[in-house]
Design a protein around this ligand. Structure first.
Ligand SMILES: [Zn+2]
Ligand SMILES: [Zn+2]
Ligand SMILES: [Zn+2]
Length: 727
């Protein structure tokens, strides 16, 4: 029997490691965390110190994994704890050691940044003990997030609606989305004009020059009359080249990927949402193909640095190579201190074969290209700027050509909100040269409001402000969607009415806790705990004391969101107010409530919903009239006595005109718990469901929603075992 037991967190990682270990080693997976704070209790005692009461997880796969570990322990002489090389991984190692009572003298902690034979061998040659500073940093985060979630969420349930949650990182990130929406709402577009002159040389080479010139002059033409007047004034010419400026411009390659930039590039280049990027990156890491994917470092190890340099020279030649070091951007240097790069640069994307999925290959290719690019020469452009004069008015044309592609040969960097580079080549021109005017067009423009965030640009902003860390970016932005605080349209994030109401309320009563700088300071303190510069207990205690004191002070001041309108009640002529409904939408209500019961539903954009249309048919359950309504999945007929009576009339399924590819029966439109879909009329005998992108996407969100909501419906907010759900 093997004398050594190696414990990692996932079966995929276990499989990869097993390949490199001899028969003296047995590798088991813990299936993630094995303990967490309890789901139904606060689980934190704060008096002299801070005591966290952990409970073994109840999930079947977790219990099974722990049982297997306990059994394997009987034969093991040495236990090697090998979870991921960051705080979360350190905490998993510690929880396992505590839960199954490992003996310190026969327990070793090994951490490696990539799952390759060499990295594993090195780690096993120099094991260490569990780093309690890292563990405490994770415990402190768990505690602080639990305090906020557990204490604040019930206030939201009471005042805004059931199943809501507040979270330290989550609420600060939501505030960014809401603030952007406010900016867009407050934005007043400003008019400006420019005039484009299409000009030609004697050789019939055409180019376009534009007036006004430069950012300062942008608004010099701000109305049509002015633009037309200037157009007619300059039209007669003569048009002459007044100045030609040539310069060389260079463009440097971006740093190798860290978590946030990987998410941004995968969003703009591959269209991946952040959760998908992290899932695919994790499978590449666990398969031994890339380094650890949760990192804020852009550093490259000395050895990899040499390998990449050689690969660049070999593939593109000496003049494409330029050795570069990228300084670590953030603090917290104890953890994963390398950029995300291929484990072996020699393995080009084309050599991956069937070792990963199609998405895995696309992401690997991007990581490989960006890593190569980081050790390549600058791209060099010849840039030309030409000023053309007519009647003392200056028009300018700019152009650039790529003289040397350098790193652009393998990687083109472009962010979500970056405009495309479209400048082309200009003809050869010299000062004093006469030009022929071909056309002259004034054009109206308006300034644009700031763009809404995509998931990836939100992560970028979170990183800039210091909100969250590599392990929490993706879970946080995902949580905003699953809790229905934001919705996305063409990848842009819009706050929902619910998201805005919760933000308004938190801003009014807990301004410090949703503020970006507060959250950033807390992250810094957690980093200091990880580095051993601060202790967990005083940090958590201080937070607990100030938070509970503030909460006690605000508790009774929080009321149901309500705002005045200029309308009067059609039934009693008292003023009408807007109230926030439990279902996440505003509605109009008579201020005389409960004396007067007049109310009117509003839709997401604040427009009154039409009164339900009567059908003349009685409800089979309560005899009230059935009415035609519209719900989130389309129109339906239901009882007018809702919500007292919840009767909904089932319509006979509507045929689509297609037939089932499996059994030939007609396909029908049906309505399921995740929305409408098209399926076989022969159900349940035939289970065919027509796949369409929209339906599957909705299905996924629905399924996720269910798992996060179920525990939240109990007494306490969900205490999920995954790393970032409460933040
Ligand atoms: Zn009234
Ligand atoms: Zn009824
Ligand atoms: Zn069928």
């Amino acid at each position: 029997l093997p004398k050594n037991l190696v414990i990692v967190e996932s079966p995929a990682k276990a499989k990869t490691i097993e390949r490199y270990m001899g028969k003296d080693y047995r590798v088991l997976a813990s299936m993630g965390h094995v303990r967490d704070l309890p789901k139904s209790d606060f689980g934190i005692e704060v008096n002299g110190g801070v005591k966290l009461s952990y409970k073994a997880l109840e999930q079947a796969n977790s219990k099974k994994a722990v049982t297997a570990i306990r059994k394997a322990l009987k034969d093991a002489e040495t236990v090697w704890l090998a979870p991921d090389p960051d705080r979360e991984g350190e905490a998993i190692a510690w929880h396992i050691a505590e839960l199954v009572k490992l003996k310190p003298e026969s327990t070793r902690r090994v951490a490696f940044n990539e799952i390759t034979k060499k990295a594993i061998t090195e780690a096993f040659d120099s094991p260490r003990s569990i780093d309690m500073s890292l563990v405490d940093a994770q415990q402190a985060r768990r505690a602080v997030d639990r305090i906020v979630g557990y204490k604040l969420s019930p206030l939201l349930w009471r005042t805004v609606g059931p199943n809501l949650s507040a979270g330290r990182v989550q609420s600060a990130a939501l505030l960014l989305v809401v603030q952007r929406e406010r900016e867009i709402r407050a934005f007043r577009a400003r008019e400006f004009w420019d005039i484009s002159a299409r000009l030609a040389t004697d050789e019939e080479d055409e180019f376009v020059a534009v007036h006004p010139v430069g950012e300062k002059q942008k608004f010099s033409l701000d109305n049509e009359a002015g633009a037309s007047e200037l157009t007619e004034r300059v039209r007669p010419g003569p048009w002459t080249v007044a100045a030609v400026r040539k310069s060389e411009r260079t463009r440097k390659p971006p740093a190798p990927f860290r978590t946030s930039t990987l998410q941004q590039a995968a969003s703009s280049k591959l269209g991946f949402p952040t959760w998908k990027t992290m899932k695919v990156a994790q499978s590449l890491y666990e398969g031994g193909h890339i380094t650890y994917m949760r990192t804020d470092s852009t550093n490259i190890s000395q050895e990899a640095h040499g390998d990449i340099g050689r690969a660049v020279k070999e593939q593109f030649g000496e003049h494409y190579h330029r050795a570069r070091q990228f300084a670590a951007k953030t603090k917290g240097a104890q953890e994963a201190h390398e950029a995300i790069r291929p484990a072996a640069i020699a393995k080009a994307p084309g050599d991956m074969g069937g070792e990963t999925s199609a998405d895995g290959l696309r992401l690997y290719e991007m990581v490989w290209q960006r890593t190569m690019a980081s050790q390549m020469a600058d791209a060099v452009y010849d840039a030309t700027s030409v000023d053309v004069d007519s009647r003392g008015v200056t028009f300018r044309a700019t152009g650039q050509i790529l003289k040397f592609d350098g790193y652009l040969r393998v990687y083109l960097d472009k962010a979500d909100d970056e405009p495309d580079d479209v400048e082309g080549l200009l003809p050869d021109l010299s000062e004093g040269q006469a030009l022929d005017l071909r056309s002259l067009d004034p054009e109206q423009h308006f300034t644009q409001p700031p763009p809404r965030f995509t998931e990836a640009t939100l992560v970028k902003e979170m990183e800039r402000l210091g909100i969250g860390r590599p392990s929490t970016y993706s879970p946080t932005v995902q949580l905003l969607s699953t809790r229905e605080y934001v919705r996305s349209e063409s990848r842009r994030l819009f706050p929902t009415a619910r998201g805005e109401v919760v933000t308004d309320l938190l801003e009014a009563h807990f301004p410090d806790f949703v503020d970006a700088s507060f959250t950033a300071r807390m992250e810094d303190e957690l980093d200091e705990i990880a580095e051993g510069d601060k202790q967990m207990v005083p940090v958590v205690r201080q937070f607990f004391d100030s938070f509970t004191a503030h909460l006690a002070e605000q508790k009774d001041k929080i009321t149901r969101p309500e705002r005045p309108t200029d309308k009067t009640c059609p039934e009693c002529e008292r003023p009408v107010v807007e109230k926030f409904g439990k279902h996440g939408l505003w509605f109009l209500s008579c201020s005389g409530w409960p004396d007067c019961k007049w109310s009117q539903q509003l839709d997401e954009s604040g427009e009154p919903l039409p009164d339900p249309e009567g059908t003349g048919e009685p409800c089979p359950r309560c005899s009230s009239e059935l009415v035609a309504k519209s719900g989130r999945f389309g129109p339906f007929v239901g009882c007018s006595n809702y919500p007292t009576c919840k009767y909904i009339k089932k319509e006979p399924p509507k045929e689509t005109g297609e037939s089932c590819p499996d059994c030939g029966e007609p396909l029908v439109e049906r309505r399921g718990r995740f929305g409408p879909f098209v399926g076989c009329s022969n159900y349940p005998k035939c289970k065919y469901i027509k796949k369409d992108k929209k339906t599957t996407a909705r299905k996924k969100t629905g399924a996720r929603k269910k798992t996060t909501r179920k525990p939240a419906a109990k007494k306490a907010p969900a205490a999920s075992s995954s790393s970032g759900t409460e933040s």
